[in-house]
Design a protein around this ligand. Sequence first.
Ligand code: AMP
Length: 202
Amino acid sequence: MKLVILGGSGAGKSTQAQRLCRYFDISLISTGETLREAMSKENALDGYSELSDLGRYTQPYVETGELVPDEMMIELIRVHLTKFDVNSSWVLEGYPRTAFQAEELDFLLDDLGQKLDWAIYLQVPAAVMVSRSLGRLPPALRSAQSLPDDQPEIVQRRVELFYDRTVPILEYYDRRRRLLTINGDQSPELVQQNILTLLSIP
Ligand code: AMP
């Protein structure tokens, strides 16, 4: 099974991606996590490596809540996905974020002889995105990590970018009959249960 998880800042993407990976015992690829790891390598002056190079380049984008340029993200995903064989199962979290990335993902999977099963969209109101990202809700309802880019104006920017750049992807997947929309404004347990039900898993 090959899945992508879509949703705005604080929609619960990372929590649900981790839950699904545990449930199915499959691999998780998180672009936000990969970028944060690359940045921490850079900050730790971990010596010269491809990862710290990546961190040096992407840090200004991540820290201001802007999107890292498509070319760089597409290359990052190519490196990750070519490690998997045709039959492997994975959940991709944080990617695609733009219509261009979504198209490129399909091209890449075609090249690799792989096919995406579903794009799972965690739908939550903008106000919930903002309050969860700012950590105002109880811990059980927050997204899994606390990010260095969680200050109010940066959260606002991330939400804005979600509507401008990521929402058009929903139509892309919907037209291809690959979109599953889930109400993300409920407990993590219920969200997971709804995802499994839509995937027709008892
Ligand atoms: P996330 O943890 O998924 O919210 O990602 C944190 C930050 O990493 C985002 O605010 C972007 O700066 C960057 N990022 C992660 N994934 C992508 C992507 N697919 N395209 C562009 N930027 C990304």
